[in-house]
Write a protein that binds this ligand. Structure first.
Ligand code: PLP
Length: 485
């Protein structure tokens, strides 16, 4: 049997001559994904374990291509899609992953097809100005003035790193030694602050943790004490990091009070709104972020509460001149006398995806109020679920929900805290193994708790309470079967 002639090697390139191949291939991909989407509606995960997931992938010989789109799509299903974790599934309630909006997926076609790189004007043209317009728009929603600026980044981790780099270099410019610099955040602040301190040569000991109040918000009196001690020790508070939406509790630190203290001590005021940033789009709860306009810099993750595909984040600064701390001129790319505006001058990255187009097309097709409405929906959902859980005597809730997380544990009457500490991780593992639902685990004051992170505006209270019922059932089974108590 004669086999079909191989396609010319150049026919795989995105090029006008191959437009028909491009369209046919993309349609097959979209159809394949749509089919997988329809099939997998039932469960958020299949419960496959790491060894099972690794084996068939390791067995693939990458030197022997399948040479065929359909065969490869089938293989992708087998190796990836069939066991993927689906964030649109109402019983996925683990981490800060959101279902994504379709306009952003449409934008992805252009982001990767045209493949602009946002480092320089001459590689992006309109892309540079679309990104800038979105930065200006976000800065205006924050309440920054006309000297504000910012840059899209790969995520909140990079946004926080860049914020602290600007704060560090701002402090160093006043002549204080690196070893004297301290960064203050609450005990519930994101670990990327510690990581950034390491990367910036400040060391782990440079991060001073302030306690939280009963609502898990940074304790302002504790902050005042910490800042006074830093001064008394002859150190310099280079930055105070407030969190607007902590990862576990969704707590929003008291921004105006923290801003006042940071200013009084000459510290840079950074607001990590990676999670709470979606409130900027809410038409009913924007006031929850009151005081964010007093920040020197703000992290916003569009890939969390703006329902954008990963990656999409930004760092916004009140005074754009500070971004000069990351500017480096290369003769071949962005010389000092460049005639064009170059975003690379403001970024830690060089080659950089045009992620901004996703938010742009989202805002142009559906507008910010829809996004803000989703944020309101998930906050309402968490409040409703929180009320139900508070009324149950076999469930303990660690704190009333603030944004859209609920930290809780299954603790039927008579179960000791120590037994509950052993039970909670087992319940979570069993839940995953059954593919019934996904929740997260966390620790509060050294004890094991479970966490619901609700970012799906289509999930209902009945969906989420169904997870909790499942947890109670599994918990009872484990208590009967195993030596947990
Ligand atoms: C998620 C998160 C981050 C890190 O953001 P990535 O986009 O995951 O890098 C930082 N801070 C807070 C409060 C977060 O919730």
């Amino acid at each position: 049997m004669a086999s079909a002639p191989s396609p010319h090697p150049l026919s795989h390139l995105f090029h006008p001559h191959h437009a028909a191949t491009y369209v046919a291939t993309m349609r097959r991909g979209v159809d394949h994904l749509a089919e997988a989407l329809a099939h997998t509606e039932r469960r958020p995960a299949t419960g496959v374990d790491p060894a099972q997931a690794a084996k068939p992938i390791a067995d693939v010989d990458l030197d022997r291509p399948l040479g065929d789109v359909d065969a490869t799509l089938d293989e992708v299903s087998r190796l990836y899609l069939d066991d993927a974790v689906w964030f649109h599934e109402p019983r996925y309630a683990a981490h800060l992953n959101c279902p994504v909006v379709i306009p952003a997926l449409l934008a992805e076609v252009f982001v990767s097809g045209v493949n602009s790189s946002l480092d320089t004007f001459d590689q992006s043209v309109g892309g540079t100005f679309i990104e800038r317009h979105l930065i200006d728009w976000t800065a205006a929603r924050i309440g920054f003035g006309s000297s504000a600026d910012g840059i899209f980044t790969s995520g909140g981790t990079q946004s926080n790193l860049q914020a602290l780099l600007l704060a560090r270099d701002h402090a160093l410019a006043t002549g204080v030694p690196l070893a004297s610099l301290r960064v203050v955040a609450s005990t519930d602040g994101h670990f990327s602050v510690q990581k950034a301190a390491r990367l910036l040569g400040l060391g782990d000991a440079a991060v001073v943790a302030v306690g939280v109040d009963e609502q898990r918000r940074m304790d302002v009196a504790g902050l005042a004490t910490a800042l006074a001690r830093i001064d008394a020790d002859g150190h310099h508070a280079m930055a105070v990091v407030a969190t607007a939406g902590t990862t576990d509790f969704g707590a929003i630190d008291p921004l105006p009070e923290i801003a006042g203290l940071a200013r009084a001590h000459g510290a840079w005021f950074h607001v990590d709104a990676a999670y709470g940033g979606g409130l900027l789009a809410s038409t009913t709860r924007r006031d929850w972020l009151a005081g964010v306009e007093l920040a020197d810099s703000v992290t916003v993750d569009y890939h969390k509460t703006w329902f954008q595909p990963v990656s999409s984040s930004a760092l916004l600064v009140a005074d754009g001149a500070h971004l000069g701390h990351v500017t480096w001129h290369a003769d071949y790319l962005n010389p000092k006398d460049a005639a064009h505006p170059n975003q690379v001058d403001k970024s830690l990255q060089t080659t950089r995806r045009f992620d901004a187009l996703k938010l742009w097309m989202t805002l142009r097709i559906i507008g910010p109020d829809v996004i803000g409405g989703y944020v309101d929906d998930v906050i309402d959902l968490a409040a409703e679920v929180g009320r139900h859980l508070a009324a149950r005597d076999d469930i303990e809730v660690a704190a009333a929900p603030q944004l859209s997380t609920i930290v809780f544990r299954y603790r039927p009457a008579g179960l000791s805290v120590a037994a509950c500490d052993r039970l909670s991780p087992l319940v979570r593992a069993a839940l995953y193994a059954r593919g019934a639902a996904m929740v997260a685990a966390t620790k509060v004051d050294g004890h094991a708790w479970l966490k619901l992170t609700l970012l799906n505006p289509m999930a209902t209270a009945a969906d989420i309470l169904g997870i909790v019922d499942e947890i109670a059932t599994i918990g009872d089974e484990l208590l009967l079967a195993e030596d947990v108590a």
